[in-house]
Design a protein around this ligand. Structure first.
Ligand code: ZN
Length: 253
């Protein structure tokens, strides 16, 4: 069910029934010359809709379409919140949901730059409000399927690389122009650094696409993307997310 379609008495009842509220957090930022700036929002939202479809006692809110994207700021179309604005936004949304009596919240993140702000803020909220909050960055749920079917080498699945472009070709091919797709794999990754979204490393280094990924703004191999693989990625991550949401529904708190 969609959060926005319920009346206040229905919300009161859902909160009393202990419903899980799923909140997608994404971004509006450049995704290379071949894809639109809505990629993270579009993918995260569609995965969430598929994951909750038909589930009892689960509510899906609208997708939070702004995130922290300063590392893409020099590319036109990117809309980015400052860290302090974003932290305040996260807190106010979670507080609003909790204020009405909901006790279980599932945050689904769709953008790498949101991971640390979300985790730090959700930790902080946990001291103020008694809530059960789970959070997942949905594309990490694609680790297993990507190990099976990916066409690009390690390094090909990063920002607007094979994974995201394949899912876009599956969901909204009308928004993708593969003639403009440019591959840009990190040539010298540190041995302990993150190599792509499915091969995460230990060494943290701030990301700066403005300087390090010019001119295309791509990290990975979008030319390896196919709609067929995109369909498989989409089905796999949605199914795994659905399983996690069902676990939270069943959890006794
Ligand atoms: Zn993205």
């Amino acid at each position: 069910m969609l959060w926005e379609e319920l009346s206040w008495p229905q919300h009161k009842e859902m909160a009393q029934n202990g419903a899980v509220v799923v909140i997608p957090f994404a971004s509006m930022e450049q995704h290379g010359p071949h894809s639109p700036v809505v990629v993270d929002t579009l993918l995260c939202e569609n995965v969430c809709k598929k994951a909750v479809d038909g589930l009892e006692n689960v509510l899906l809110t609208r997708t939070v379409w702004t995130g922290t994207s300063h590392h893409h700021f020099e590319y036109p179309g990117t809309i980015s919140l400052r860290l302090e604005t974003y932290v305040a936004l996260i807190k106010d949304i979670i507080r609003s949901v909790a204020h009405h009596g909901y006790k279980k919240i599932f945050v689904v993140n769709g953008h790498g730059g949101n991971v640390q702000p979300l985790q730090a803020t959700l930790n902080d909220i946990g001291y103020d409000i008694e809530l059960t909050i789970w959070m997942i960055t949905y594309f990490h749920l694609g680790n297993e399927i990507s190990a099976e079917i990916r066409k690009s080498p390690v390094g090909g699945m990063a920002h607007s690389g094979e994974f995201e472009t394949a899912m876009m070709l599956h969901l909204r091919p009308d928004l993708v122009n593969m003639d403009e797709a440019v591959d840009q794999i990190n040539a010298n990754p540190h041995p302990l650094g993150t190599k792509d979204m499915h091969h995460r490393g230990m060494l943290f280094r701030p990301v700066d696409f403005n300087r390090n990924r010019a001119p295309s703004g791509v990290a990975g191999m979008p030319t390896a993307a196919t709609a067929e693989n995109g369909a498989q990625y989409f089905e796999a991550v949605s199914a795994r997310l659905r399983g996690l949401i069902e676990e939270l529904v069943a959890l006794q708190v």
